[in-house]
Design a protein around this ligand. Structure first.
Ligand SMILES: [Zn+2]
Length: 321
C-alpha cells in the first residue's frame, strides 16, 4: 500500500488564551463570521456527490484530512486502496491553509474522509480545487458532545468512537470497491478487535489515578475525558483563533489554583510561548498530550490513544515525561 502526503507542513502559531472554572466551565465567545462561512461552504459541498471515471486497473485513491482518520482508513482499506493524508503531522488543523501544490496532490481521490463540524473546512476548498466532489464525514453513529451550543469536533479521541469511524470508512470503501468487500470486512474486524484491546488498555492505564482532573492547552480532550472518566477543568485556548483575553487568563489561573492542577498539557501542534511564563508563575509543569499523532511515539491511531493515556497517568502521579 502506497501512502502519500497531500500537503506540506505549516508552522504552528501562538495561540490565544481562555479558561474554564473548576466544576463549571466558562462560556466561550461566539464563533467568527469566517468560521461560520466556512461551515456553510462545507455544508454546500457535502450536498454534491459524484464519482469520476477511474480505470479499473488503477488502485482506488481516497484521502483523509487528519492523521487519526487517515490511520483508521488505511487499516480498514488494507491493500484495497491508496490513502492520502491531507494535514501533515505536526500542523494544526485550526490554522491550516492548503497550497495550490497540495490541491494538485489531492487530484484523483474518489472521496475525502473529513471530521466536519467546521473542523476541517479547508478540505472542502482543497477538494473543490482538485475536482474531488465527495466528502464523507466519519461521525455516523457517534454521540457528539455539545459545548456551549456547539458541537465538539474532536470525536476521534476515544477508542469506541474510533470503531464507529472504522465502520463508516469501511461502508464507504465497500461501496466504492464492491469486489473488495471480503478483504475490507476482514480488515475491519481485525481493527475493531484491536481497538477493543486499546480501549481496555487505556482504561487499565488510567485506573486508580491520584487525580482525574486535567488542564489542556486547547479544548480537544472532551471525548477522551468523557470516555475514560477524566475531568477537563481548564483549557488555555478553548476557541482556536480567538483573541487572548485578560479575563480568560485570570479565570484560567484561578481554576488551576482552585482545582490544585499540577500539570498543564501542551500539544505538539500548538506553540507554548504564551503558556510558559504563566505556568512558571503558577508553579505548574508542562507535559504533552497529542490530539492528532503521526509523530514519533504515536505512529498510529491506537498508539496515539495509548500515548495520551500514559501521559495523563504520569502527570497525575507527578512523574515527569
Ligand atoms: Zn482542536
Amino acid at each position: 500500500m502506497r501512502v502519500s502526503l497531500a500537503f506540506p507542513a505549516s508552522a504552528a502559531v501562538d495561540r490565544p488564551v481562555s479558561a474554564a472554572i473548576c466544576g463549571g466551565r466558562v462560556k466561550r465567545p461566539s464563533p467568527s463570521g469566517r468560521r461560520a462561512a466556512r461551515a456553510a461552504a462545507l455544508g454546500t459541498l457535502l450536498l454534491v456527490t459524484g464519482f469520476g471515471a477511474w480505470p479499473a486497473s488503477t488502485p482506488l485513491r481516497v484521502a483523509a484530512t487528519i492523521f487519526p482518520i487517515y490511520d483508521v482508513v488505511r487499516h480498514v482499506a488494507g491493500s484495497a486502496a491508496e490513502v492520502v493524508l491531507v494535514l501533515p503531522p505536526g500542523a494544526s488543523p485550526h490554522t491550516f491553509e492548503p497550497t495550490p501544490a497540495a490541491v494538485r496532490a489531492l487530484a484523483g481521490a474518489e472521496v475525502v474522509f473529513v471530521v466536519g463540524h467546521g473542523f476541517d473546512d479547508w478540505a472542502a476548498r482543497a477538494a473543490l480545487g482538485a475536482g474531488v466532489s465527495r466528502l464523507v464525514p466519519v461521525d455516523s453513529a457517534i454521540a457528539l458532545r455539545h459545548v456551549d451550543g456547539r458541537i465538539d469536533p474532536h470525536y476521534w479521541l476515544s477508542a469506541l468512537n474510533g470503531k464507529a469511524i472504522a465502520k463508516t470508512a469501511a461502508a464507504e470503501l465497500e461501496r466504492l470497491l464492491p469486489n473488495a468487500r471480503g478483504e475490507i470486512e476482514h480488515s475491519l474486524e481485525a481493527y475493531l478487535a484491536r481497538l477493543d484491546e486499546v480501549d481496555a488498555e487505556v482504561r487499565r492505564i488510567l485506573v486508580d489515578l491520584p487525580t482525574r482532573r486535567i488542564a489542556t492547552v486547547h479544548d480537544a480532550f472532551g471525548y477522551f475525558a468523557d470516555a475514560y472518566g477524566l475531568e477537563v477543568v481548564a483549557t488555555f485556548e478553548p476557541y482556536p483563533g480567538s483573541e487572548p483575553s485578560v479575563r480568560f487568563l485570570v479565570d484560567f489561573q484561578k481554576t488551576i489554583r482552585a482545582c490544585d492542577v499540577r500539570v498543564v498539557f501542551t500539544e505538539p501542534q500548538l506553540a507554548t510561548g504564551a503558556l510558559r511564563p504563566i505556568a512558571e508563575d503558577l508553579g505548574v509543569k508542562l507535559a504533552v498530550l497529542d490530539p492528532l499523532g503521526g509523530l514519533p511515539g504515536r505512529e498510529g491511531y491506537a498508539e496515539l490513544l495509548l500515548f495520551d493515556a500514559r501521559a495523563v497517568a504520569r502527570a497525575s502521579r507527578g512523574e515527569t515525561q
